[in-house]
Design a binder for this molecule. Structure first.
Ligand SMILES: [Zn+2]
Length: 424
């Protein structure tokens, strides 16, 4: 276990005494790092003043002062907005510990929920104060309950955007053992416009913030992925979701699955491993963001025996490099999300490191993606940047992560809603 995760969880609640309505709000916390990354740019010598759960002021340290507020000096650290994980599964744990199908069939909901609370804490302490959690994978509506427990302060964790069960075409998803067994599935099955619309509305009714559709999947073990839902089915689900103010994420790895999902009106495409220049051009035209999850494919290839650095790259990794190149050439907007859960929670920075070391992005690119970029794609106007009035979700790292991505492993301070969850 990572030593950082053993750090005692400290809830420092800033309790305010009642003040007359006409007096200015009482400053509660002044942060004085070496520099502030505001979600777009780095500003040396800036400070941030937090009042309650919000940022009260940000700017040059000489201008941001607080009478009486005890400053936290972070002379070697960079303060950034709490990061937003774009693609997590808090109800899964790494597949090299237990394969996905065994987690879905053999692990009870109680076990999976207990584990998810630990995963939530690990995520928060790694500096990710929001997650878009893209499916409980057989754990029903557990994400809705976990989100509530976090919001009520019962367990520490990130702010959660949840999709509940996710929706797959009947017969396409797993687990699959004997044809005679009716096994619990990793997502809710639907076929036809009426069923997919009903499933969409059911999930929204039970708490889904987003809706997730699987546009393609492997129909059988060892097969390549093929399209599952028709464009008409997905368009009906998207309309029902958008009517309810819920965006839609589509799992799609094939060019045809991606094309159908984009034409159906989804908001983000997840994975896109076989994306072509044509389909990325279509995404660019339609304003559909791309969450490439490079870390998941990288982890799975290694679980299957790929000795990274010495073996030749597996076909899947080579295809991923080609699709990423095509996506960048098309100018698609990237969301930062690693499909964490396939690999360990708290190791979320792995996606950002791979994007820098292997896919040609700069540390500044990936930091923008994980903060202001994801906030824009996920319609989260209250976070992802450091500005007066925004949520006081703030993280400090030793060093400068805008220049060196490895600094993301040196977490010094985690604040969510003005509450300190970690201070090293
Ligand atoms: Zn996923």
């Amino acid at each position: 276990m990572n030593a950082r995760l053993l750090f005692v969880f400290a809830t420092v609640l800033f309790v305010h005494s009642a003040t007359p309505a006409d007096s200015p709000p009482e400053p509660s916390l002044l942060l004085r790092p070496s520099a502030v990354f505001d979600g777009q740019q780095l500003h040396a010598g800036w400070a941030v003043l937090v009042h309650g759960d919000r940022i009260a002021a940000v700017g040059p340290a000489s201008e941001v002062t607080a009478g009486g507020a005890g400053p936290i000096d972070l002379p070697n650290d960079t303060l950034i907005p709490g990061m937003i994980e774009g693609h997590s599964h808090l109800f899964l744990h790494p597949y090299n510990e237990t394969p996905w199908s065994e987690q879905v069939t053999n692990e009870s909901l109680a076990f999976r929920t207990a584990a998810a609370t630990a995963h939530a804490r690990q995520t928060l302490l790694a500096g990710f104060t929001t997650v878009r959690d893209l499916g409980t994978e057989g754990a029903g509506y557990g994400d809705v309950g976990l989100k509530k427990a976090i919001n009520e302060g019962i367990v520490p964790g990130p702010r959660m955007i949840v999709v509940t069960r996710a929706i797959v075409a009947t017969g396409s998803y797993g687990p699959k053992l004997s044809a005679d067994l009716d096994l619990p599935q990793g997502a809710q099955e639907a076929s036809g416009v009426e069923e997919i619309v009903r499933a969409t509305r059911e999930q929204i009714g039970k708490g889904a913030d987003w809706v997730k559709l699987y546009a393609d999947y492997r129909w059988g073990a060892g097969e390549p992925s093929r399209p599952t839902f028709s464009e008409e089915e997905m368009a009906a689900a998207v309309k029902a979701a958008h009517d309810a103010g819920r965006p839609v994420a589509a799992h799609a790895t094939t060019a045809e699955g991606m094309r159908r999902a984009v034409l159906a009106g989804v908001d983000t495409i997840e994975h896109g491993d076989e994306g072509t220049p044509e389909v990325f051009k279509l995404m660019k035209e339609r304003g559909v963001a791309f969450c490439p999850t490079v870390a998941a494919g990288d982890a799975i290839a290694q679980y299957r025996g790929w000795k990274k650095g010495s073996d030749l790259e597996p076909e899947g990794i080579r295809a991923k490099r080609a699709s990423m190149k095509a996506a960048r050439a098309a100018g698609v907007t990237f969301a930062m999300g690693g499909d964490v859960g396939v690999f360990a929670h708290g190791d979320n920075a792995r996606e950002m490191e791979l994007l820098v070391h292997e896919y040609g992005f700069t540390p500044l690119d990936v930091l923008r993606q994980a903060t202001s970029g994801n906030a824009a794609i996920f319609h989260l106007a209250d976070r992802g940047s450091i500005r007066a009035g925004g949520l006081a979700d703030l993280v400090a790292f030793e060093g400068d992560p805008t220049k060196d991505v490895s600094a993301l492993r040196q977490v010094r301070l985690v604040l969510k809603g003005g509450i300190i969850y970690l201070q090293m």
